[in-house]
Write a protein that binds this ligand. Structure first.
Ligand code: AQP
Length: 346
């Protein structure tokens, strides 16, 4: 395998209600990685129209700006990294077309997220929802990115991106070599699924993922929630009747307790055993009060900064435009080289 420069890419959909799961599974990891890697963080607005169409163009624009504001409010530096919205760089969609012709129907048909989102009414799902993982592969590979921080729910899509990269490298091996790219044109991107909260669960149902689209607002802590809302949602989070265990094994059959311990650990940057050492044998009410305080201390300043940034539309639009220009400068050579490899005249 050829040597590829380490490069991080990840995206978040502007579909409203950014929540604690998005923060702990993705945004907090994005922030940490900028200390060690070149990073590209994208508001994936093309993905945002795959499941349901936006309420209005204004709503999609507002949600796009809100995710960009969340990136910056969480601590991503848009100067040191690239922050932009996907639809401004046409290379994503162009490469997705080539990948549509490399990926196999069978591969995409196995994606559990499509099955979950399409539900029983598959015939009525958009082609975009089915094809979403091919576009996601293009998002990553148009920059030939090597590392992708995501929550656990995206693991299968990342495996598909690797399969697409591998098949492209094999299908076009002779042209890749002839064009001077050696053995492989695309890296096989590695998922970075790290920390104690890679799959944050609903506060109402411990076996269901915390999700933007959950009808119950009490199922999630939104990044835009007030301190009162955060405290109330933590207090009302479903738990069982027992005290917290002292050992990890004691969480095995207790998904709600396990979820809250994982959230505490991730917010406090400690491990789950550390949390149980501190709160094990204690009552849930004591732990929940500490968790509410911690969540407010960590998320309160982010919400305040998001509000400030959301009021400064010109600044956010400037960040996205500048980021898109820099992203385009990286994506264009890839598209040109892919055209040469495939045989499209240019
Ligand atoms: N519950 C979660 N726990 C940990 N990580 C999560 N992520 C999402 N939910 C959790 C991670 O957040 C990043 C951005 O997600 P996305 O906006 O691209 O879409 P999603 O994964 O589809 O988010 P939702 O909330 O689940 O939206 P809906 O309700 O529309 O399906 C990704 O890295 C994701 O792994």
């Amino acid at each position: 395998m050829a040597d590829f420069q380490p490069l991080v890419f990840s995206g978040v959909q502007p579909t409203g209600n950014l929540h604690l799961g998005n923060y702990l599974g993705a945004l907090k990891r994005f922030v940490a990685l900028q200390a060690t890697h070149r990073c590209i963080y994208c508001v994936v607005d093309l993905h945002a129209i795959t499941n349901t169409l936006p309420e209005s163009p204004q709503a999609l624009r507002a949600a796009t700006r809100e995710v960009a504001a969340a990136f910056i409010a969480c601590g991503i530096d848009p100067q040191a990294n690239i922050v932009f919205n996907q639809s401004q760089v046409s290379g994503h969609a162009e490469l997705a077309w080539v990948f549509n012709c490399v990926a196999r129907m069978g591969w995409l048909s196995r994606m559990t997220q499509f099955k979950d989102k399409a539900g029983k009414d598959r015939e009525n799902a958009s082609v975009g929802l089915f094809d979403y993982p091919a576009l996601m592969a293009a998002d990553i590979l148009v920059y030939r990115a090597t590392h992708v921080p995501v929550g656990d729910d995206q693991k299968q899509h990342l495996e598909l991106a690797r399969d697409i990269a591998q098949k492209f490298n094999v299908d076009f091996a002779a042209a890749i070599k002839a064009e001077g790219h050696g053995e492989a044109y695309f890296p096989l991107p590695e998922p970075l699924i790290q920390g104690p909260a890679t799959r944050v669960m609903s506060l109402r149902e411990g076996k269901k993922k915390m999700s933007k689209s959950d009808a119950s607002d009490n199922s999630r802590i939104n990044l835009s929630d007030s301190t009162d809302q955060i405290a109330q949602k933590v207090r009302r989070a479903r738990t069982d009747a027992d005290n917290l265990p002292t050992e990890i094994a004691g969480l095995a059959a207790r998904p709600e307790a396990d979820n809250l311990v994982g959230i505490y650990a991730a917010l406090a940057d400690v491990t789950k055993p550390d949390v149980l050492r501190q709160f094990g044998n204690g009552q849930f009410s004591t732990f929940k009060a500490a968790l509410a305080d911690l969540a407010i201390a960590k998320l309160g300043p982010i919400a305040a900064e998001m509000r400030r940034l959301n009021a400064d539309q010109a600044y956010i639009d400037g960040v996205l435009r500048d980021g898109a220009n820099r992203a385009r400068a990286l994506a264009t050579p890839t598209i040109d080289q892919v055209k040469d490899i495939v045989g499209f005249l240019r």
